[in-house]
Write a protein that binds this ligand. Structure first.
Ligand code: ES4
Length: 320
């Protein structure tokens, strides 16, 4: 399948740590991993739900210790993304997951941001950073980290909300989002991945999210679908991830074709590509094979990604 130039809007940088890099960083930092080798690690990527993935995801990122580690991870992703056709990437990172391990905000943010700063010149991929907060931790923690990010003038375009969804509704984070919006930041939030349509409503009404990450369960609520259509709310969909985490049975069960037929503003993204069996072009290939998507539908998905990106008009015009 030919590459489709697109924007990647739903990507956790820590989810791009390939087994080879995990072992290389562990060796560099003198860490003994509880896996025999890269094959043994990759064999553990048989997830049963979101939490089973998150447990391994948080454990594996412990190899990230220095600014250079964060920079190497980011460079590896961008090189791979360039090969996948990505022309613009909005990259989430989980600062709280690193702070909890004793890694400073400066180390993790500067490591990623230093590489993003030259991604357009180096690889032709414009990029920006989104600080995501862990919804399964107290909102006061998130607020404290947001205030620290603002105090250090971190080069972030927006904030996000991720990690274990069910039981942690968006409304818990209303103050965090109010502070972020007042500071001029864009707002995205995971909702409707495993959680109910009510969480998508809250992300829109309470957090006033500019984009919804996932949102696939929105189809269970016709009134919500009408709202998403009326406001052209971007939904950043991650098909291979949904299969691997068993939000859907098989790729053939994925709601993407129904979302497209309804006219929802959906884009295709890779989420945690090292863990879920592929980068953005693999996600496009999987849905194209499963559903025989037409060239028009593929073009719509790519155009949706550029239109839904937090880009200035000049760059958007170049990419569209
Ligand atoms: C995530 Cl797949 C997924 N869902 C929620 N939070 C996440 N963080 C990293 N990957």
């Amino acid at each position: 399948m030919p590459l489709l130039p697109c924007a990647e809007l739903h990507l956790h940088i820590e989810g791009t740590l390939e087994p080879d890099l995990v072992f290389a960083l562990a060796a560099r930092n003198g860490i003994t991993l509880p896996y025999a080798d890269t094959t043994d690690l990759a064999a553990r990527y048989a997830f049963t739900d979101l939490q089973s993935f998150l447990d391994l995801y948080y454990a594996t990122m412990d190899v990230l210790r220095t600014e250079a580690d964060f920079a190497d991870m980011t460079r590896a992703y961008l090189r791979r993304a360039a090969a996948a056709g990505v022309r613009h990437a909005e990259i989430m990172m989980d600062p709280q997951a690193h702070l909890a391990r004793g890694i400073s905000l400066e180390t993790c943010v500067n490591g990623v941001a230093s590489v993003l700063a030259t991604s357009e010149a180096d690889l032709g991929i414009s990029s920006s950073l989104i600080a995501a907060f862990l919804r399964d931790r107290p909102a006061e923690d998130a607020l404290g980290v947001l205030r620290d990010l603002l105090a250090m003038d971190a080069p972030i375009v927006g904030i996000g909300l991720d990690s274990a969804e069910v039981g942690f509704p968006p409304s818990l984070f209303s103050e965090v989002y109010d502070v972020a919006r007042a500071a001029g930041l864009k707002c995205v939030a995971h909702a409707g991945e495993e959680g109910p349509p009510a969480y998508v409503w809250e992300a829109l009404d309470v957090l006033r999210a500019d984009r919804i990450d996932h949102g696939i369960r929105s189809l269970e609520d016709g009134t919500l679908v009408a709202r998403l259509l009326a406001e052209r709310v971007p939904l950043t969909v991650c098909p291979l991830s949904n299969v691997r985490l068993r939000a859907v049975g098989t790729i053939g069960d994925h709601p993407l074709p129904r979302m497209l037929a309804l006219g929802l503003n959906v884009s295709i993204n890779s989420n945690d590509p090292a863990y879920f069996g592929g980068y953005v072009e693999d996600n496009f290939a999987a849905v194209t094979k499963a559903f025989g998507l037409s060239p028009d539908e593929l073009a719509t998905l790519a155009a949706n990604s550029f239109r839904s990106a937090f880009l200035d008009d000049e760059r958007r015009a170049v990419l569209l």
